[in-house]
Design a protein around this ligand. Sequence first.
Ligand SMILES: [Zn+2]
Length: 336
Amino acid sequence: MPRAEERTSLGLGTKAEQFQRAAISIVLVALVLIQSEAAVAWGNEGHVAINRVAAEKIPATMPRFLRRAVAEIAYLGPEPDRWRSPSEFALKNAQEADHFIDLERVSWLDPLPQGRYEFYRKLYEKRAATPATDHPDDYLPERVGLQPYITMEVYGRLKAAFREYRQRQAAHQPTQAVQQAIIFYAGWLGHYVADASQPLHTTIQYNGWVGPNPKGYTTEHKIHGQFESTYVAANITAKDFAGLVKSPERLEDPFARYVAYLRESNGMVENVYALEKAGGFTGKGSPEAFDFTTHRLAAGSQMLLDLWYTAWTESAVPVPEHPPSNPPSKTAAPAK
Ligand SMILES: [Zn+2]
């Protein structure tokens, strides 16, 4: 961003300055294009479609304002991918690890802890116990990824907002503001749930095969974007997988079910590589690639719809106004 006096000089308009401005514009456009290529996850189209299909399936037992918010929820599908520009460094840095989890790096940690700080602690312990020759930094939380944690945190926000909505409605208070919050949380949640249905968001094999490669899968750093962005954008729309999404189910244990969903996605990493090897994602692709991809997109919409429905159902369960107060203890951390 030029400072004020430089902006003024750019406005004078000599030939040399016009050329300079044109050159700057070209560089800026190129940077934006490079950035958006690197930032996509299921691509813009896939994220919009997953959120849209789920929103269109919201049952009549859920609030009407939410069923009418299809366009808003669809818009929010790619929202966290809009937080990855270097121009907002702190935001980009803090949230990049939310989009993935390399499950192979935590195969020793089963079940995964429910909260992110316990997860951090286990990873740092593992890192400390790993010899320097075995890449201990691979266990840094930001390298392993935080997918299930951000997802459950946004799920929690949605559930809390639904509870607030119920209370305000029961008290005949205005609900406009909480409705807006619910729509935002529901759409935001969709991003991470969708990322997790993309097998390459759950693995160290996220963009080109690493390690022993007896089947000769591609090692080029192209497959990720080719599959989730280029292929999907050119060949698949919401109507191609909407019919695969069923009525929602209440999830008994959302975290456990979500981790199982991540593991299922991770189990399909090789399918993506095999399809790529057979040319399935090139140009118009193959019927096998279409079937595989539509089922993965549908799995994303289904889990999202199930989480929305579970959050809504569970929000009816009354909670104490304040957590039960334990007797004060010297070891308890003070509330901040
Ligand atoms: Zn993402």
